[in-house]
Design a protein around this ligand. Structure first.
Ligand code: AMP
Length: 588
């Protein structure tokens, strides 16, 4: 095929093949991701036929990364980012150190130098931003606490990798010169990079935070949809590019900050919507470009080295992440999700491998192993997430004797604290979560004069509730020590109004253990959550989607002639599932 239009042919062939293979994968009930990677292998240099331009494919995939990180930034406030720093910073750093140490050990076994081992190990230690974000988005986890931890972890990793990329040329000089070099060769560039990063954040904070939302509001008021879309693209791509060119910050971090400063604007939702189609198209090209890097011959030539590399990436990294998250006293489901999200490598690993080989630090075999491990681990990602779900759903946490109840789920913010005094309220309603659902319920209960006790994890909400003289307990209602403070034995009812039904199950379990006859009403968003909540002792589970369907049907009946909709014509949607009357749906 002629190569006069390499950009065009890479985009066209990449997208067409990704679509074809993605559709086949979907038909075979596999993740379309698998199809995109296969499309990349087919148009890569290691398989016969058309070969797309690898550099162009890489650059195109950068656009996908920028738009993805911008979109995540739009959903993230600085406050949320800082709220997960207690786990994200040590988690990411410990993982980088341990995975690097494992990489160095494997490199030693393979007879490589220490410098090669360091590059190899660091490349194995970072997860792929695109893979993690895509998976979180697909599973609608970004808004949850687990999602925030995963994104905070990614941001710390990204920042660490920017520093490593600066540090690498100095390391090459250090290992290549027999006499060694002075520490200033390493420390000065590191200090400059950190200084530039601080300057970028300061510029965004003091100038960007005023100019960018103003610009977007101005464009929104012109009424032109096209201009608005263009403005969003100009801001995301422009800030990311400027950050990389002027401040040596990665494209991904630049875009993330651009999104974050827009997140408080009323237009952030619309901005996110406008970038969706482009973001998805370019994220697909990311996977195609990963496929193109894969040289299948390494599987046959170095099977054991590849297996060891995969063990570090998939098994060691996720086991370590699981242990770290549990150590910080987060729930089992959070630990499993974070573990699954760590078990692959991606774009930073490719950049590191390329630079390492270019600087003469890493042997080409190291790069081939990294690329093969990336492809295989990305292929396995959807299965690992499904596996994490399965383990959680089928592996009920064993009922612990009080003496060994230490690692029970609890928020990390209050690992060692004063015991919370038991409320004096009796015949009260305990409400868990004062969000979109909880605040409506609370208002009605207060109007009816019912004594109310609210559990909340959000400190701002707690403060405003205390100002209104509402009795509150600050922290995770699934924490056994806090659950005791709610005086469940004397309570009238428990309303679990948090969006995550699996976390809700832990709240229900704690309450049920303290009062076997308490009426517990919980909120769910899926059949699996309903089954889970009932299994843990909920008396009634209400699924919002069912209520909406009921209300819609009711309105149809009102709008048309009521006689034409005899109640027997169709069974009404089930708005709620009662433990006494309904069989829980079988676990999937
Ligand atoms: P929404 O999704 O708008 O209904 O909000 C749910 C609310 O529940 C938020 O304000 C969260 O801070 C709060 N929340 C979530 N999980 C818990 C928990 N385990 N214990 C107490 N509050 C929680």
């Amino acid at each position: 095929m002629p190569h006069e239009t390499p950009l065009l042919s890479t985009i066209v062939v990449g997208i067409v093949l990704a679509f074809a293979f993605g559709a086949v994968a979907h038909r075979l009930k596999a993740s379309p991701l698998v199809g995109y990677l296969l499309a990349g292998i087919v148009i890569g240099p290691f398989t016969p036929g058309f070969v797309a331009d690898r550099n162009i494919a890489n650059e195109l995939s950068e656009i996908g990364i920028i738009l993805l990180m911008f979109g995540v930034g739009l959903q993230f406030s600085m406050h949320e980012l800082l709220s997960v720093r207690a786990i994200a910073v040590p988690g990411a750093l410990v993982q980088i150190v341990v995975a690097t140490a494992l990489g160095v050990s494997l490199a030693k076994l393979l007879g490589w130098t220490l410098g090669a081992g360091l590059v190899f190990g660091v490349a194995l230690s970072v997860a792929s931003t695109v893979v993690v974000l895509r998976t979180l988005q697909e599973r609608r986890l970004l808004d949850t606490e687990r999602g925030r931890i995963a994104v905070g972890w990614l941001v710390v990793e990204d920042l660490a990798m920017v520093l490593v990329l600066v540090f690498l040329p100095a390391l090459a000089e250090f290992t290549n010169s027999a006499a060694g070099v002075s520490p200033s060769v390493i420390l000065v560039p590191l200090a400059i990079t950190l200084g530039k990063f601080a300057a970028f954040v300061a510029l965004m904070w003091f100038v960007g935070r005023r100019v960018i939302p103003w610009l977007l509001h101005y464009v929104a008021h012109t009424g032109s949809r096209e201009l608005f879309r263009l403005a969003v693209l100009a801001i995301s791509l422009g800030v990311a590019y400027g950050a990389a060119m002027l401040f040596d910050v990665s494209f991904a971090l630049g875009a993330f900050f651009a999104g974050m400063i827009l997140s408080e604007s009323a237009l952030s939702q619309r901005a996110a919507q406008e970038t969706l189609p482009l973001r998805d198209a370019f994220a697909v090209l990311f996977f195609v470009s990963v496929g193109m890097l894969f040289d299948p011959s390494v599987i046959l030539s170095h099977p054991l080295s590849l297996l060891a590399t995969l063990l570090i990436v998939i098994v060691a990294k996720s086991a370590l992440a699981y242990a770290l998250v549990r150590l910080f006293r987060h729930s089992e489901s959070t630990a499993l999700m974070i573990a699954a999200s760590r078990a692959q490598i991606g774009e930073f690993s490719f950049i590191l491998a390329g630079l390492g080989v270019g600087l003469g630090l890493l042997p080409p075999l190291g790069r081939d192993l990294i690329l093969a491990a990336a492809l295989i681990s990305i292929l396995l990602t959807p299965f690992l997430f499904a596996g994490a779900d399965w383990i959680y759903a089928h592996h009920e946490p064993p009922k612990k004797a009080p003496a060994e109840a230490a690692p029970a789920p609890a928020p990390p913010e209050t690992p060692t604290r004063e015991p919370v005094p038991v409320t004096h309220l009796t015949n009260h309603v305990v409400l868990v979560g004062y969000g979109r659902v909880g605040r409506v319920a609370a208002a009605a209960l207060k109007d009816a004069g019912v004594p109310l006790l609210v559990f909340e994890t959000d400190e701002d909400i707690i403060e405003s509730l205390r100002k209104q003289n509402t009795e509150t307990i600050s922290g995770n209602a699934a924490d056994p020590a806090l659950a005791r403070a709610a005086n469940y034995p004397a309570a009238r009812c428990l309303l679990v109004a948090i969006p995550d039904g699996f976390e809700g199950g832990q709240v229900v379990e704690q309450a049920r253990a303290l009062n076997a006859t308490l009426r517990i009403i919980a909120r769910a968003h899926s059949e699996e959550e309903i089954a889970h909540l009932l299994r843990h002792g909920a008396s009634k589970v209400i699924m919002g989607e069912h209520l909406i369907a009921d209300a819609m049907v009711e309105n149809v009946q009102l709008a048309v002639s009521p006689a034409s909709f005899a109640p027997s014509a169709a069974p009404p949607a089930t708005a709620s599932t009662d433990a006494a009357t309904a069989e829980p749906a079988p676990p999937t």
